[in-house]
Design a binder for this molecule. Structure first.
Ligand code: G4P
Length: 529
């Protein structure tokens, strides 16, 4: 049992969120480099595959094989066992990207110092806030000209609504980037070029009151630093670990992932400021990670695009106890059926391998013969269910119908199965039958996936007409009379397959208008399962 505790206590499981190109991949590579999981900062994923065009998605799936994208990477560093969850962006952006955040205990937000807060970061950030997990900020690319530091922090606070507390402070940027000042140790770590991060840096640590510092960074930079530090000490939020843990205060770090600068410092602080897996909510109360019984929930299902292997991988986050290969568990949502989890897999750096054991905090992927749904609980304890995973707002909608009306049955079966995997959401017109189906997706690529899979796996040809809606809201108070609801001209009433009402809007501002026009109406951006 002592072993179990020790193993779990060294686990840290976090997601990296960012807008494409901010440097998420580069930062991940550098983490792995420090962890000794890769030698040279090689490639976590090939650049060629990272930047694909929409039409290439079949190729991407092929390359991914079955266990796909480096979804989870595990490595060891300084006595910790670290799981990094990737949140795919670009055209890969989908509901899965959001769901991945349900499996993380904290998040690292990478921001490009010259761009500030960007769209995808904003979206992912909202989910982190909903979960109240700690959020750490790494402001990257300081070796390039960056925005004013105070402006950057201001933007994060205003745009994202989280207080910030810089742990270190940059001295210049771009050609004039001299290093960072650590507010705690009152030392400056000087920046030296590492040839794009391929060679170890030779950073110097110089105390702020050491005259050698002026010589090192120059009088002007020194004067500016002193001025900024004084301003900062007077203006910024006090560091409060409790607020960090609740996700209300984000510790901020500056650096340059490409040149390896500030990455290890960041990692070290991050590990000290985060906790090992915490209890998770379930219908019987909180589940303690150190409980001797194994428990986990499914947060992602990956279908295999390869026709020869029409199987799926279910990714689950272990929440308590220890997993051992071949163990028998209860699949709660599967009618408490006892099953063996087969072919458990994990990613170590670039390689996928079979796992023999895994602990609370870890993510494993298991072979899924088509029995799992998103949110399912698996456990060796008496059956219980973990809190469900919300449904995230799709941003693209289309009306879908089968070309051959005789194929209705296959059409519906395929649609429901793909929806069960969590790749699409299906709706219908409010108070109308299932004559036509409205499909909502988070990333447009999912439309292509849907069309391809229906044709190839279910032999159903479909027609898709795009709809102009971009915003969806779930109606929280069920007592609202939908027929009396006062809408806007760009609003559409729909319902999900369980008959729960929702609203679609073309314009974001219409949401506010509808709220104004209907007293007591409560709308939500997340759906309950
Ligand atoms: P992403 O995963 O967030 O999409 O970003 P990624 O790490 O792929 O980085 C995007 C681009 O930004 C890459 O350049 C990368 O080299 C560069 N980059 C990342 N961190 C830094 C940094 O700290 N400083 C500077 N100057 N650049 C950085 P690319 O030209 O698109 O790719 P590559 O061919 O150079 O690898």
């Amino acid at each position: 049992m002592a072993d179990l505790r020790k193993e779990i206590e060294k686990r840290r499981t976090f997601a990296i969120i960012s807008h494409p190109d901010a440097g998420k991949t580069t930062l991940t590579e550098k983490f792995l480099l420090y962890g000794g999981a890769i030698n040279l900062a090689g490639s976590v994923k090939g650049k060629a595959t990272a930047r694909h065009a929409v039409s290439d998605w079949m190729e991407i799936e092929k390359e991914r094989g079955i266990s796909v994208t480096s979804s989870v990477l595990q490595f060891n560093y300084g006595g910790y066992c670290i799981n990094i969850l990737d949140t795919p962006g670009h055209q890969d952006f989908s509901e899965d990207t959001y769901r991945t955040l349900m499996a993380a205990d904290s998040a690292v937000m990478v921001i490009d110092g010259s761009k500030g807060v960007e769209a995808q970061t904003r979206k992912l950030f909202k989910v982190c806030v909903m979960r109240h997990i700690p959020i750490f900020t790494f402001i990257n690319k300081m070796d390039r000209d960056a925005n004013d530091t105070f402006d950057l922090l201001d933007e994060i606070e205003k745009e994202l609504g989280i207080a910030t507390c810089p742990v270190n402070w940059p001295i210049g940027s771009g050609k004039n980037f001299k290093g960072v000042y650590d507010r705690n140790t009152k030392e400056v770590m000087t920046f030296s070029d590492t040839l794009k991060g391929t060679k170890e840096g030779t950073e110097k640590h110089i105390a702020a009151d050491d005259p050698a510092l002026i010589e090192e960074i120059g009088q002007d930079a020194y004067a500016k630093l002193m001025e900024e530090i004084e301003l900062l000490d007077g203006a910024s939020a006090e560091f409060d670990m409790d607020l960090v843990t609740k996700g209300q205060l984000s510790p901020v770090f500056f650096g340059s992932a490409l040149t390896n600068f500030g990455v290890e410092t960041f990692l070290q602080h991050f590990l000290k400021m985060t906790y090992s897996p915490l209890p998770r909510k379930a219908d019987i109360g909180e589940i303690d990670p150190f409980d001797e019984h194994f428990s986990a929930f499914v947060f992602k299902i990956q279908a295999n695009m390869n026709k020869a292997h029409r199987d799926r991988i279910a990714f689950m986050r272990i929440c308590s106890g220890k997993f051992t290969a071949g163990m028998e568990v209860t699949h709660v949502q599967g009618g408490n059926k006892k099953i063996k989890l087969s072919q458990p897999q994990q990613m170590m750096a670039q390689e996928r391998h079979i796992v023999d054991e895994a602990y609370a905090g870890d993510i494993i992927g298991v072979f899924d013969p088509g029995i799992f749904s998103i949110g399912d609980t698996l456990t060796t304890a008496k059956p219980f269910q973990f809190e469900g995973i919300p449904t995230f707002a799709p941003e693209h909608f289309a009306r879908v119908r089968q070309v051959d009306t005789m194929k209705r049955k296959q059409f519906m079966k395929g649609m429901q199965q793909i929806a069960q995997e969590g790749a699409i959401q299906i709706f219908q017109e409010y108070n109308m039958g299932m004559e036509e189906v409205i499909v909502g997706v988070v990333g447009v690529l999912q439309f292509d996936v849907l069309k391809y899979r229906l044709e190839n796996e279910y032999n159903v040809e479909i027609r898709m007409d795009n709809l102009p809606y971009e915003h969806i809201r779930w109606i929280e108070n069920e007592e609202i009379d939908m027929d009396k609801l006062v809408g806007t001209s760009d609003m559409k009433k729909i319902q999900d397959l369980k008959g729960r009402p929702l609203l679609l809007f073309v314009n974001a501002w219409s949401v506010g208008m509808v709220l104004d026009r209907n007293e007591g109406l409560v709308l939500s951006e997340f759906g309950r399962e």
